[in-house]
Design a protein around this ligand. Sequence first.
Ligand SMILES: NC(=O)c1ccc[n+]([C@@H]2O[C@H](COP(=O)([O-])OP(=O)(O)OC[C@H]3O[C@@H](n4cnc5c(N)ncnc54)[C@H](OP(=O)(O)O)[C@@H]3O)[C@@H](O)[C@H]2O)c1
Length: 170
Amino acid sequence: MIVTLVVAVAENGVIGLDGGMPWRLPTDLKRFKERTMGKPILMGRKTWEGLPRKPLPGRQNIVITRDIDYQAEGASVAHSFEDAIEQAEHSGASKVSVIGGGQIYEQAISFANRLDVTHVLAEIEGDTSFPTIDPAIWKEIARHDIPASEEDSHATRHVIYERITTGAGI
Ligand SMILES: NC(=O)c1ccc[n+]([C@@H]2O[C@H](COP(=O)([O-])OP(=O)(O)OC[C@H]3O[C@@H](n4cnc5c(N)ncnc54)[C@H](OP(=O)(O)O)[C@@H]3O)[C@@H](O)[C@H]2O)c1
């Protein structure tokens, strides 16, 4: 299974504030949709609950929670990251995107093969962070600067990282 973490992260590591995102980036949301379409997306229960529209269409939505009674309309529910991967495998997928939030990225990064990162080019106040991207583990393989459109609050840089070290995968 190829595991990709898809994230937008500020220069100081921030990814979220008060259950939402501390920026407005419609250009990046379009790109997020293109990059994740057709593959299962794995997310923590808090990220699921923060989605303005759920499930995200065209993708198997898998919500991770420790609550065994949790119901997520239009989504599958998993009780660990490994359980979520198994559910994706059972549906025939060979690639998944992990779409947050902080707790799930923290656990999933050690299984990930690839990071699909939108660097938000600012330091931003928040309460949720992405783990440090260690250059001894992650090699940048593509980079693209994206100026802010009229609707975007910030300019961004899109970077794909691939794992250098072995031992990834699940
Ligand atoms: N910038 C970005 O790209 C991006 C992307 C996604 C989210 N975000 C932001 O990140 C924030 C949410 O992140 P968060 O860290 O607070 O929450 P989260 O990772 O979305 O969800 C946390 C929840 O996941 C469940 N969970 C975590 N580890 C688990 C495990 N090992 N087994 C089973 N369930 C587990 C628990 O649910 P239960 O409590 O139900 O057991 C936990 O409360 C929001 O501000 C959101 O907007 C940003």
